[in-house]
Design a binder for this molecule. Structure first.
Ligand SMILES: [Zn+2]
Length: 123
């Protein structure tokens, strides 16, 4: 009986450590990768806002441009514009950095999450 209790205790301690460690890790990951959002504007109007913490590909303006969010950075990977300037731009991740596709009137702007989310909550 004593032995069984001991093993149970150990399992309990390990479980607590795992949960605590997992929560801490999640917090660290979110703090690093989730520091901003990509705000997508088409013709001056916001089409969508996407957190940089989630990897995904976004079809913009009915598919004229495709933005990829990966590893906390946003990059235009496809566009049907003739100049392809937006596709050739480097990935953006810092506050106020942007990717602009003039022919398609598409603007992708990075905003720090703190500002935009606190605004949304307080308004
Ligand atoms: Zn373009």
């Amino acid at each position: 009986m004593k032995k069984h209790l001991k093993i149970k205790d150990i399992i309990l301690v390990v479980l607590i450590l795992l949960v605590a460690g997992g929560a801490w890790l999640l917090h660290e990951v979110l703090k690093d990768a989730g520091s901003g959002v990509a705000v997508i504007r088409v013709n001056g109007e916001i089409e969508g806002t996407y957190p940089l913490s989630e990897d995904r590909e976004i079809s913009i303006n009915g598919g004229t441009n495709i933005l990829r969010i990966r590893n906390g950075k946003a990059k235009m990977i496809e566009a049907d514009c003739p100049d392809q300037l937006c596709v050739n731009q480097r990935a953006v991740s810092a506050d106020n950095e942007s990717i602009i596709c003039l022919p398609n009137k598409v603007i992708v702007e990075i905003q720090s999450r703190q500002e935009s989310e606190y605004d949304a909550v307080t308004n």
